[in-house]
Ligand binder design. Sequence first.
Ligand code: PLP
Length: 368
Amino acid sequence: MIADRMKLIDASGIRKVFDLAAKLTAPLNLSIGQPDFDVPEPVKEAAIQAIRDGQNRYTQTQGIGELRQRIADQLTLQFGVTDPAVLITSGASGALLLLMMTTVNPGDEVVIGDPYFVMYKHLVNLVGGKPVFVDTYPDFRLTAERIEPHITDRTRMLVLNSPCNPSGVVLARQEIDDLLGLARRHDLLVASDEIYDAFCYDVPYASAFGSYENTILLKGFSKTWAMTGWRLGYAAGPAEIVQAMAMLQQYSFVCAPSMVQWAGLAALETDMSEAVADYRGRRDLIYDALKNDFETVRPEGAFYIFPKAPGGRAEAFVAEAIRRNVLIIPGNVFSERDTHFRISYAAGRETIERGAEVLCTLAREMGA
Ligand code: PLP
């Protein structure tokens, strides 16, 4: 009864973790891909007010004019793009699905840096495209040089994700410019997922938007304002593509949640630098706790760290960590390799400290 295309996607890696985790009572949870702070009060108030004001109906498919205008103004100010087309979506995930469906033909190749955010691989497969993984181990930097040998006449799209989930790498301005130069030379569409833009700790956030015309910017409210359950994001870029995505949204999501779009306006006025500074402190905490026992890159952004498991045997390491009550995710969920594991440090400091201690003890036992 299930369509063939469902055979193209699979969730077995993450399911294994959840199965193991289900047996635990109070695990030290370092697996969660969302902030541990709550939605800021003014944003909650705006959503409640919108409901009371009767903003409970379908909105325009492309999103309420006020929010689209506010985002377009910000993009103009930040990147000098005049009048960018903006589509409000149900999270960045909604934007990703619409983008893949509207731009990737069966057989088209989509270049993805490995390790990657898990959705990219599965959405490309779902629409009949071919994910082409560019291995970026051990420093996790997706460079034009690394990509170049993978370009063929079927290559259609390049996916960028900086700051990166799961590696925490933040690409520098020059690296992004080189990637965009490559995209221009090969006439590729660039999908730039910048959902972690606010979480840059050491180097300034550099965007792929604004210098190469075939760039679709994908952003969301889930991480910066902890609105994961509220489902709000957006896509901006070439009008032709954004319009095609809007047309498909009309026949699928219809619109992003109405009251949440109004709350999005309040979110854009809410400064989150304190929360980000706090996450920077946690980044230091986890990195310093792990650096002597693990081979690991110091993350510069997002809220993940992606260390190498002892001997590069991630599955065994993660299974044992979970048995000892620490929830982490094996690298093969985010990668074609299974040598590393992902920790989310969007957790309390005590959980981070205790979790790191267990992992370090285990690493010494298993022999790094
Ligand atoms: N892109 C990346 C890199 C993510 O890590 C996530 C969430 O984990 C998303 C997109 C999806 O976010 P949203 O909640 O906006 O759909």
